[in-house]
Design a protein around this ligand. Sequence first.
Ligand SMILES: NC(=O)c1ccc[n+]([C@@H]2O[C@H](COP(=O)([O-])OP(=O)(O)OC[C@H]3O[C@@H](n4cnc5c(N)ncnc54)[C@H](OP(=O)(O)O)[C@@H]3O)[C@@H](O)[C@H]2O)c1
Length: 277
Amino acid sequence: MILITGATGNVGRIVVERLAAEGHDVQALSRRPSQTEWPFGVQAVEGDLSDAASLGPALEGVESVYLFPAPGLGADFVAAAEAAGVRHVVLLSSGAVDDDLDVQDGPIATRHFEIEHLLRASGLRWTFLRADTFAVNSLPWGYQTKNGDEIRGAYAEAAAPVVHEADIADAAVAALTTEGHDGKAYRITGPELLTHADQARILGEVLGRPIRYVEIDVEQVRRQMGAFVPAPILADILKFWERSLEHPHAVSPDVETLTGHKARDFRSWVEEHADAF
Ligand SMILES: NC(=O)c1ccc[n+]([C@@H]2O[C@H](COP(=O)([O-])OP(=O)(O)OC[C@H]3O[C@@H](n4cnc5c(N)ncnc54)[C@H](OP(=O)(O)O)[C@@H]3O)[C@@H](O)[C@H]2O)c1
């Protein structure tokens, strides 16, 4: 049986749908499983990844896990998974993790690196999906595009190989259901490097309006986003954007290597989510 954690999330929910549609024996973890309508054939189970003692029923009979890197997830989870007989973990990690650094830069890379380290040091087989900037991160822009043709934010020229969540899910399904992925860290990116300004332009092209990204002062952004994002995480994101002006993350071929299909572009994501903008 395959356990999908983060199963109500952007990626996990697609992983559940795909595996169920392919006829795999799937169990979905949620802290509140009764609040979700699950695909036919999916068994939902309650548990909290930050509380390994709550995961007994969820881990019973499980061979493979798609692991969402929940806050508070740690060595207790790994010990519980090993004790339950889990063999393989496919971790949703982050493209922020840098193998060249012993000490990771910032809380986002550090948190994912620590979970990777726990898995490397365990007796479990592991595969890491180091995902880059999710397309869904642009969803909050919908508030601005519903009220005008401008998206106001930091660093118009900050660039990332923005990735469609369905490609991360497809990569997870491949890593969970086919051989040859043990001990590998894949870089899961979209097919092209896009700046914030590029993303706004593509949004406008799909919506048929001249949407443009208007760069505003970083301190103003810090104040505005600070209402929603914890300060250390926000500082990390702003630093990532600033660094990407000179040193953006590269596009990786790993989605196609894993899934056999080309990575979906941002335009296709916008077409699927146009109502939100
Ligand atoms: N956004 C990016 O650009 C980016 C880039 C690289 C990596 N990432 C990684 O991807 C993650 C986001 O993935 P996503 O968008 O698929 O997730 P998501 O939409 O944020 O949802 C994750 C799900 O995990 C469940 N969850 C949260 N805490 C839990 C806990 N303690 N125990 C059990 N379940 C818990 C929640 O479900 P229930 O409420 O049903 O329990 C939630 O629906 C980030 O947190 C980061 O680690 C993100």
